[in-house]
Design a protein around this ligand. Structure first.
Ligand code: GDP
Ligand code: IMO
Ligand code: MG
Length: 422
């Protein structure tokens, strides 16, 4: 068997949680392969809402296994909180949740360094979620990190102390910030007990043996391709490979075992944090999208920046990920707009281009195509042909330009609000 994957094609928050939760019933296991508690994946069903940060979005589906892969960075404190919150709903899942030995740990001092680094950058800050993601991946590639499998080692505490001392020396270079390290360390060590009790596996064997046994696996991406460490709007990116390729290293799966790639995009575009966003709308227009889409971060609560869909950007990330099928989310957010726009080209060096430039600076002049809005409710639409004609025309236009079929059309945050095209 091959492993299918769902990836965000924009700057994150495309609705990955909702789509993974919906599709999970077709699979035996859902695996997170990168990122950490910077992610906030929202699921809505039975009138309830859940935001998952580290636990895969297949967790609510009975009998489905969920793996936190080696490419993920884990903060034991947030993981324990998430587990407790899920348990209070009456859900039993600990027998279905697995953690890879090789996943790296976020220490309290990683969060301290994240905050201190951001404070030192002033106006040039990344707009990090301050969950310690960047410093943890730095220690991973710098070969200093601590991993899940280390928590049983007799010298774990002394290795922790060595790393903490290194962090404190580094922190001395930055402006002082308000951080109660002693309190955070106490919480961290207490939460390690929860982490130790979880089912730890050699993720790479776990995944490959499941594929060999004919199990159906789905990999759940976090963040979005424009936040990818290599191909995103560097340096305003996250610190992992968010694209399809990330699943090979983040789970230990060979490229030839990657199956279907599902790319998710909103019907418009958002970004949270700093960095270039060519199609961003300011003032009333941006506010209208933010309000209609309730665009506030699932992890930090920050207002998301909003703009029109950016087709050169999407062509780029469809290429990088090898997308087979698109999921278009939040189409209902545009239901009240009299006209809809899509950026078709960037105007660079006197020419229109549909390629993304090396430096995606602010204020790239964009060429837009305008479409009449459908100004109708989509709630009752169960099939693509039920959708208003203007919306159907818009979907065909997107498929033609992006050269990729739109397989899923999401018409609301709830689980069942999804049109699946045959
Ligand atoms: P993720 O990080 O990609 O999982 O996305 P988030 O959960 O951070 O953000 C997506 C937001 O949009 C959440 O509040 C979802 O409940 C919501 N959402 C998902 N799909 C739809 C949709 O089709 N319509 C509307 N109105 N909201 C949606
Ligand atoms: P999901 O999985 C949207 C953004 C941050 C910041 C940059 C770096 O919910 O789509 P980091 O904390 O990773 O060092 O922050 O990346 N960012 C996200 N934006 N959705 C996310 O995850 C994000 N995870 C990180 O806002 O600009
Ligand atoms: Mg999110």
């Amino acid at each position: 068997m091959k492993i299918d994957v769902i990836v965000g094609l924009q700057w994150g928050d495309e609705g990955k949680g909702k789509i993974v939760d919906y599709l999970a019933t077709d699979y035996d296991m859902v695996c997170r392969f990168q990122g950490g508690p910077n992610a906030g994946h929202t699921l809505k069903f039975d009138g309830k809402k859940f935001v998952l940060h580290t636990i895969p979005s297949g967790i609510f589906r009975a009998n489905l296994l969920n793996l936190i892969g080696n490419g993920v960075v884990i903060d034991p404190i947030t993981l324990e909180q998430e587990i407790i919150e899920l348990q209070t709903t009456g859900l039993t899942f600990l027998d279905r949740l697995f953690v890879a030995h090789k996943a790296h740990l976020i220490l309290p001092t990683h969060r301290l360094l994240d905050a201190a680094s951001e404070a030192s950058k002033g106006a040039a800050k990344i707009g990090s979620t301050l969950r310690g993601i960047g410093p943890t991946y730095m220690d991973k590639t710098g070969r200093n990190g601590l991993r899940v499998g280390d928590v049983f080692a007799p010298d774990f505490k002394s290795r922790y102390q060595t790393l903490k001392e290194k962090h404190l020396n580094l922190a001395a270079m930055y402006p002082e910030i308000d951080f109660n390290l002693a309190a955070e360390e106490t919480k961290w060590f207490a939460s390690l007990e929860c982490l130790r009790r979880l089912q730890h596996v050699d993720g790479e064997y776990f995944v490959n043996q499941a594929l060999d046994a004919g199990k159906r696996l789905l990999a759940e991406g976090a963040q979005g391709s424009m936040l990818d460490i290599d191909f995103g709007t560097y340096p305003f990116v996250t610190s992992s490979n968010t694209i399809t390729a990330g699943l090979c290293t983040g789970l230990g799966v060979a490229p030839k075992r990657v199956g279907k790639v599902i790319g998710i995009t909103k019907a418009y575009c958002t970004r949270v944090g700093s960095g270039p966003f060519p199609s961003e709308l300011y003032g009333e227009e941006g506010e209208a999208l933010r309000k209609a889409g309730n665009e506030f971060g699932a992890t930090t609560g920050r207002p998301r920046r909003c703009g029109w869909i950016d087709l050169p950007q999407l062509k780029y990330t469809i290429m990088l990920n090898g997308v087979d099928e698109l999921a278009l989310t939040k189409i209902d957010v545009l239901n009240t707009f009299a006209s809809i726009k899509a950026a078709t080209h960037y105007h660079l060096d006197g020419k229109d281009t549909d390629s993304v430039p090396f430096e995606m600076v602010e204020n790239i002049p964009l060429v837009y195509r305008e479409f009449p809005g459908w100004e109708a409710d989509t709630d009752a639409c169960l099939q693509r042909q039920d959708l208003p004609q203007a919306l159907q025309d818009y979907l065909y236009f997107l498929e033609e330009v992006l050269e990729t079929p739109i397989k899923y059309i999401s018409t609301g945050p709830e689980r069942q609000k999804l049109i699946v095209t045959p």
